[in-house]
Each structure stands twice: as structure tokens, then as C-alpha cells.
Design a protein. Structure first.
Length: 682
């Protein structure tokens, strides 16, 4: 085995070291060479279009072509040549490098339906100044291009070249990849799109130049990387706009499941170039495992935008904008419309060179992040969210211990979020979430995902304030007073102390609500939704009770006492059990107050029955009952509502129908008097 491996290694070394003559396999335009179902070993370089146009190489049906370097379009005049590798097992193996558009334009490589290209050295899509509009397409599950050398170039010196990785195609690069290297290589593009589509880089991925500040000529412009529709990119270092003059290069990560994971090395947007841009949108995801910089050294006006709910950039390190504490560039970050930026530490630029703005977005931290604006107003939250994740010591005050949340400038109405987290148990956590206090006072509290907890002696949701529990098993300590809005969705909320709903609303959907020490609903409050309320003892309602979630079922495990001021709202959306509201009381229901039944648009037919209220025991009586109007001679039967919670719709016959019934009955009576009806024998 060792001898065989050594022999193979020696053969590869000899092949790589040899100087192969340029061989022309195609002698005229529009020629096609097909390799199918076997191995074809070519000695030296294989050229599709040395100085010819519209030549075609087809590798089909498991065919394999091996050679040294591969060329698609060798000379300047060799344009519009094509290589297709189609089907599982079909392979083009280059022991050297593969050049798509060596000195010419319009050449194309297509790997599809499991076709493969193996390149031992480097890959090039557009090599020279004349190498424009060349393209490599890797499409379909099982289709791969493996590059074992130091580089993959898409537009080394040429313009408008493309690499398309689509619908499960995959490209593996051992070294670095560069989209647009020199000044003339403008508007080069890589697209990674579709589920299972993957571009893996063992080293740095450059979008716009890989030279340093002192390099000449200037770097490229308008290079672009697009990751969409579930595509994925992996790298070990990432730079958008690296060279001097590498301006206006763009990376876009967009769509649910689309991701760019920079496992190691820094992620820099605008090292030496200007106007470079990273956009994360529509639930796209970017991960950076090391420090991240927007605007490094002399890079100016570089920008990151994270926009749209579910769009997420996670930085597992320090985040610099406009500076890395030693070199001073300028940059800005905008997190908006529900987008999220998660960092360990956050620095604005020195001398006002970097601004981080959260406008309706989310900044997410651990327990005690380091937040250094390096200038007033360099880190700003406007109508946004400050979130904490994976900690039991989040601080709503932003000033407890080593917390530096207070270094952020707050504007507008902002939200405090616990994401699989809880706040610290310090006494300073007593808090009022309400509108109009000050921009630095949060308006809303959110407890989402997994186990969450709020720890304080009291918690007040004031006027204009809100509390959301979503997809979480939440525990809330302290006495709760609410005159704002509380919403529990797809989870559970356990209230460890007394809950007073003075005003405002408490609504829930698909949720369990446990009130360990009592629930009091004031005359100006609303309790509504679908789910279960657990309480040992009696719940007293003086306000509005609205079972269902248009419509749905509200279940009390306890006694329920409806006071004289209470209003029970019941909605009808149809005649089926799941189409109208239900109030279920597993203890004693003491009736009182008014009942209002509303129609959500159902057309009554007559004969329907609605079982609105069920209780183990009933007491008291409702004060009034308001019902939706009926047409077509129908009327409500309310005779069983007090005793069984049942309302029915009765169709009253039309006068002519009623007269016909009377005539028929009269005829039967006359027949009976005349002895014409048959006798019934027992």
C-alpha cells in the first residue's frame, strides 16, 4: 500500500512539474467532442477553443477526461466555447489548473445532474484583461467542482465573469477565493442559490480584491456575491473591498435558510476600499467567528445593513465599526425592521468614524457586554429592541455590575427582550414598562423561546406598555399590575405572585396561564383568548371576558365569579364546534353581568344550536343578553341558556305554510269523525 501511494504521489509531482505544449484538440469552429462511458487520458493540456469559436466538449454517461491544464477559450479570438459535464460519474479531471476564458470572452463550463470537475491546482473564470463574460455553472444535487490549489478567481483581470452554484450544486476550494482581483475586473458575480447549494473556502473569501493598500494597480469595483433561497457559503476569513480602490463591492445574503458562515478569521467590510456593502435580508444569516470590522484602516463609507424580521448576523467576538482601535476607517451599520445583530462586545469608531444604528431592529447580547461608542451618539437605538440570550443575569436597568447598556443612546419607544434568558435577581429589577416615561425607559418586555424568567419584587405594565410571552415556558415573580397589554402565545406563563389587571388587556392563544396567588380582573380590563387558566380558588371578573381567538375556547380550572359589571363576549363564526366561542369552567360559575353575542359573518340557516357555556356547577343569573339580529323569519330560543349555556336558532314557518298545516290538521280531524282513518291494531 505504501509503495502504491508513493508511486501515485511521484506521478503527480512529475505531471505538475512538466512543461506541456499547447495542443489544439479542435481545428475549426463549431466542433463537438463527446466522451461517454469510459476513461480518456489526455497527455498535456486540453483546450476547447484554442483560436476557434463555438466548440463544444461533452462528457456524458459516466465518461471521464483527465489532462494537465484545461482551457475553455485559449487565445483572444477563441470565444463562446462550451464544456458540459452531465450525469453522475461524468468527470473532467485537471491535474493542473482549469481556465474558463483564458484570454477570451463568452466561454462556459456547465456541471449538471451530478457531473464533476476536479482541479488539482487553481480555478479561473476570466483570467486576462480580455477575459470578459465567461461563466461556470454548477447545478443540481451531486454536481461539484473541487479546487485543490491556492485560489479560485472569478474575474482575475476580466469583467462581468460569473460563477453560478445552483439547486444543490457545490464548489469546494482548498485555498482562497477572489471575486474581482484587479482594477479592470469590474462587475464580476458569484451566485449561490437553492437548498443544498454550497461554496466552501478553506481560506479567505474576497469580494473585491486581495491586494494590500500599497499594491498597484487599484482594486476592482462592483464585484458581487449573492447567497439566496437557502444557499450557503463557508469561509475562513472574509473581506469585502480589500484593495485600495476596491470600491462599491456588495455581498447580499437573502432568503430563509441562506447563510454565510465565516468560521475563523476576521470579517471585514471595507478594509482599504470605499462604499462597500453587506446586506443581510429576508431571514438571511451571517456568522462571524472572530472580530468584525466595518471600515478598517483607510476604508471609508462602508456599510452593513441587516433588515427584515429573522435576518441575523451573529458575531462571536468583538464588533468594530469605523475602527479596530488602531487603524481608523469609517463605516456604519444599520439594523432595521426586525433584523438582528448579536455581538459579544461592540465598539463605535474613534473620532466619530463609525455609527451603529438600530431602527426597529434588535441588538442581542449575553449578560454583560462591553459597549463603547467612542463618541456621543455613535451607538443608537430608535424604536428598537435590546435582547439578552443564554444568561440568567440580564439587567433591565443597564447599569448593574459591569453592564454597559447605558452607554447606548435611546430614542423613541424601545423593547427589552429575554430570549431563553432571565434577568438578574437584584432588587433594582423592579420596573414599569410604559409609554411616555423617557426614551431610556423600555415600553415593552418580551420573553421568548425556551425557559425564561422575570425576577423582581413587583412588575408594572403601565399605560401604553406591553408584555409578550411567546414560544416560552415563562416564570414571572413579583406582584403584577397591568394597565397595558399582556399577550401569551404558544407557551405558558406562571405568575408566582398576585396578578391585578386594573385596565388594559391580557390575551392568549394556545397557551396555559397559571396564577399561583390570585387573579383579579378590574372593570376596565379585558381577559381574552384560547387556552387554559389555572388557579386554586376563585377568579373574580369585573371587566370584559372574551373567550376564544375569533373563535376558540377558554378553560378555567377554578371557580369563576362574574360580577355585575362584567361583560361576557361570545362570537359566532359558524355552526361547527370549532367555529364559535366556548367558556368552560371546571369549578362553579357564578353568573352575573351582561352577555353579548356577536356574529362574525355567519349566515344562519335555522335549526343551529350553540353550546357556549359549560360548567361543573352553576349559580346566579346573567343580568342581560344581547343577541345578533336574525332574518328570514328566524328567532332565538334562549330557554336553555341560563341552565345549560345553550342558544338555538328556530325557523318560524311562513304564514302560507302555517295555514297549510292548519288545513291539513283540520282534514285529519274531519276524517277521524267520519271514521275514514284506519285502525291501529296492537
Amino acid at each position: 500500500m505504501k509503495t502504491t501511494l508513493r508511486a501515485r504521489a511521484l506521478l503527480l509531482v512529475l505531471i505538475a512539474a512538466a512543461v506541456f505544449p499547447v495542443r489544439a484538440q479542435y481545428t475549426a469552429n463549431d466542433q463537438t467532442n463527446t466522451i461517454s462511458g469510459g476513461l480518456t487520458g489526455w497527455t498535456g493540456n486540453y483546450i476547447v477553443g484554442s483560436n476557434t469559436v463555438f466548440d463544444v466538449l461533452q462528457i456524458l454517461g459516466g465518461g471521464v477526461l483527465t489532462n494537465a491544464n484545461g482551457y475553455l477559450g485559449y487565445e483572444t479570438v477563441a470565444t463562446n466555447n462550451l464544456a458540459i459535464v452531465d450525469g453522475g460519474g461524468s468527470t473532467w479531471s485537471n491535474v493542473g489548473s482549469l481556465f474558463i476564458g483564458n484570454r477570451s470572452s463568452g466561454n462556459q463550463l456547465i456541471l449538471t445532474n451530478g457531473g464533476r470537475a476536479i482541479t488539482t491546482a487553481n480555478g479561473y473564470v476570466g483570467t486576462s484583461l480580455n477575459s470578459a463574460s465567461n461563466r461556470a455553472v454548477v447545478a443540481g444535487n451531486g454536481s461539484t467542482w473541487t479546487i485543490g490549489g491556492s485560489y479560485l478567481h472569478v474575474g482575475q483581470n476580466g469583467a462581468n465573469n460569473q460563477l453560478m452554484i445552483l439547486d444543490g450544486g457545490q464548489v469546494f476550494v482548498t485555498g482562497a477565493s477572489i471575486i474581482g482581483q484587479s482594477g479592470p475586473s469590474v462587475s464580476n458575480l458569484v451566485v449561490v442559490s437553492g437548498a443544498n447549494s454550497l461554496w466552501t473556502n478553506g481560506s479567505t473569501l474576497y469580494v473585491g480584491g486581495n491586494n494590500t493598500a500599497s499594491a498597484a494597480p487599484p482594486g476592482p469595483t462592483f464585484s458581487m456575491l449573492v447567497v439566496s433561497n437557502g444557499g450557503a457559503v463557508r469561509s475562513a476569513g472574509a473581506i469585502i473591498g480589500n484593495s485600495t480602490g476596491a470600491n462599491f463591492n456588495v455581498a447580499l445574503v437573502t432568503g430563509n435558510g441562506s447563510s454565510w458562515s465565516n468560521i475563523s478569521g476576521a470579517f471585514t467590510v471595507g478594509a482599504y476600499g470605499a462604499g462597500n456593502l453587506l446586506i443581510v435580508s429576508n431571514r438571511g444569516y451571517v456568522y462571524s467567528g472572530n472580530s468584525t470590522v466595518a471600515g478598517y484602516a483607510v476604508g471609508t463609507n462602508n456599510e452593513v445593513r441587516i433588515t427584515g424580521e429573522g435576518s441575523f448576523w451573529r458575531v462571536n467576538g468583538t464588533f468594530y465599526v469605523g475602527s479596530n482601535t488602531s487603524s481608523k476607517g469609517s463605516g456604519r451599520v444599520l439594523v432595521t425592521d426586525g433584523g438582528m445583530l448579536q455581538v459579544v462586545n461592540m465598539y463605535g469608531g474613534w473620532e466619530g468614524s463609525g455609527v451603529i444604528s438600530n431602527i426597529g431592529g434588535i441588538f442581542q447580547f449575553g449578560a454583560t457586554p462591553t459597549i463603547t461608542p467612542n463618541g456621543a451618539g455613535n451607538i443608537v437605538v430608535t424604536n428598537g429592541t435590546i435582547a439578552h440570550t443564554g444568561t440568567t443575569a440580564a439587567d433591565v436597568r443597564g447599569s448593574y455590575g459591569a453592564n454597559q447598556i447605558g452607554n447606548i443612546l435611546f430614542q423613541g419607544a424601545n423593547t427589552f427582550r429575554l430570549n431563553t434568558a432571565s434577568n438578574t435577581a437584584a432588587s433594582a429589577q423592579n420596573y414599569t414598562f410604559a409609554a411616555g416615561i423617557s426614551p431610556s425607559n423600555y415600553v415593552a418586555l418580551e420573553m421568548i423561546n425556551g425557559g425564561t424568567a422575570w425576577k423582581s419584587a413587583w412588575l408594572n405594565v403601565g399605560s401604553g406598555g406591553s408584555l409578550l410571552v411567546s414560544n416560552s415556558t415563562a416564570s414571572i415573580e413579583g406582584v403584577l399590575t397591568n394597565s397595558g397589554s399582556i399577550r401569551v402565545v404558544n407557551g405558558s406563563a406562571t405568575w408566582q405572585n398576585h396578578v391585578v389587571l386594573d385596565a388594559g388587556s391580557y390575551t392568549f392563544a394556545g397557551a396555559t396561564n397559571t396564577f399561583a396567588a390570585g387573579l383579579q380582573i378590574g372593570a376596565s380590563a379585558l381577559l381574552g383568548g384560547s387556552g387554559r387558566l389555572i388557579r386554586n380558588g376563585t377568579v373574580t371578573n369585573s371587566g370584559t371576558l372574551s373567550p376564544g381567538n375569533s373563535p376558540g375556547t377558554m378553560v378555567f380550572s377554578s371557580n369563576l365569579d362574574l360580577q355585575a359589571s362584567s361583560v361576557l363576549v361570545l362570537e359566532i363564526g359558524g355552526a361547527g364546534w370549532n367555529d364559535y366561542d366556548h367558556l368552560v369552567v371546571e369549578g362553579t360559575l357564578t353568573k352575573g353581568g351582561s352577555v353579548v353575542v356577536t356574529n362574525l359573518g355567519y349566515t344562519f340557516l335555522g335549526g343551529e344550536s350553540f353550546d357556549f357555556v359549560d360548567a361543573t356547577n352553576l349559580a346566579g343569573a346573567f343580568g342581560s343578553l344581547s343577541l345578533p339580529s336574525l332574518t328570514g323569519g328566524m328567532t332565538w330560543d334562549t330557554s336553555l341558556f341560563e341552565s345549560q349555556g345553550l342558544l338555538s336558532v328556530i325557523a318560524i314557518p311562513e304564514p302560507t305554510t302555517f295555514l297549510a298545516i292548519l288545513i291539513s290538521l283540520g282534514g285529519l280531524a274531519l276524517a277521524h269523525r267520519r271514521g275514514r282513518l284506519p285502525k291501529v291494531h296492537g
